[in-house]
Design a protein around this ligand. Structure first.
Ligand SMILES: Nc1ncnc2c1ncn2[C@@H]1O[C@H](COP(=O)(O)OP(=O)(O)OP(=O)(O)O)[C@@H](O)[C@H]1O
Length: 248
């Protein structure tokens, strides 16, 4: 698999904090890569760099062969932020039609995901005429995901998409992510819940702006001698092992 995202020597300072302290990373194309780390470790900052909206102090980020933030990438990346970025006073369908128009996705090309198809993928077709402001939390996060799927992006960047959801909803949202990845889309998904590591093909563990490990769950467990991801990560964070280096 080639690289979808290439990060070299990335350093970002936000306020008085060094949010990223010289990050090197290759995100594999067509895989689900989990970006895991404690609160404040730099996950959102790294995602903002991939989107090209973060001022960087040093280094470079290349996405799908272009510098992050390039105009060519606008329709090729879908982004779901932690805060839902949809309109509560419009219906689900109206929101998606609006975003489709903004993106220039008119449904005439067979190569793109239309509003109706995106609603099917996230299982929200029954709610399509409901006002977004009246949806449950889980349904609301699915509207943002559907909006990010419009136009069939090559890269989907999801910032803690399952936060605040119950285990059943988390399960079904992860099933949706796997379905999307199966179509060849690259997913970069952040989480601070280590049990979500099992759903990812590759794991990037961040701590205090450093990549502590780029690995897979089985490799991480074998390396640390722990029985689950949570313990393995704590083991690494507490310095119980040398950093796991290199790509799987
Ligand atoms: N606008 C800002 N001004 C100053 N410091 C900031 C700003 N945004 C983030 N930071 C700091 O940069 C560091 C990295 O933050 P970031 O949001 O990337 O972490 P995170 O891993 O996504 O955390 P969380 O899991 O809590 O969302 C933190 O120390 C944070 O306090």
């Amino acid at each position: 698999m080639g690289g979808a995202v290439e990060v070299r020597g990335l350093r970002v300072v936000r306020g008085r904090t060094t949010a990223l302290a010289g990050v090197d990373l290759d995100v594999a194309a067509g895989a689900v890569t989990g970006l895991l780390g404690p609160s404040g470790s730099g996950k959102t900052t790294l995602m903002r760099c991939v989107l090209g909206v973060q001022r960087v102090a040093a280094g470079r980020v290349t996405v799908l062969g272009h510098p992050a933030g390039s105009r060519e990438l606008r329709r090729r990346i879908g982004y779901v932020t932690q805060a839902p970025s949809v309109y509560p006073d419009l219906t689900v369908e109206e929101n998606l039609r609006y975003f489709a128009r903004v993106l220039g996705v008119d449904g005439r090309s067979r190569a793109v995901t239309t509003a109706a198809e995106a609603l099917d993928v996230v299982g929200l077709a029954p709610q399509r005429r409901q006002l977004v402001g009246t949806l449950s939390g889980g349904q609301l996060s699915r509207v943002s995901l559907a909006a990010a799927l419009l136009g069939s992006p090559d890269l989907l960047v999801l910032d803690e998409p399952t936060v605040g959801l119950d285990p059943v909803l988390r399960e079904s949202l992860w099933a949706t992510f796997r379905d999307i990845a199966a179509t060849g889309t690259t997913l970069l998904v952040s989480s601070h819940v280590m049990d979500e590591a099992a759903r990812c093909d590759e794991l990037v563990l961040l701590r205090e702006g450093h990549v502590l490990a780029h690995t897979t769950l089985p490799e991480l467990l074998a390396r640390t001698g722990q029985s689950d991801g949570e313990r393995a990560f704590l083991h690494l964070v507490r310095g119980g092992d040398a950093p796991v280096r290199g790509r799987p």
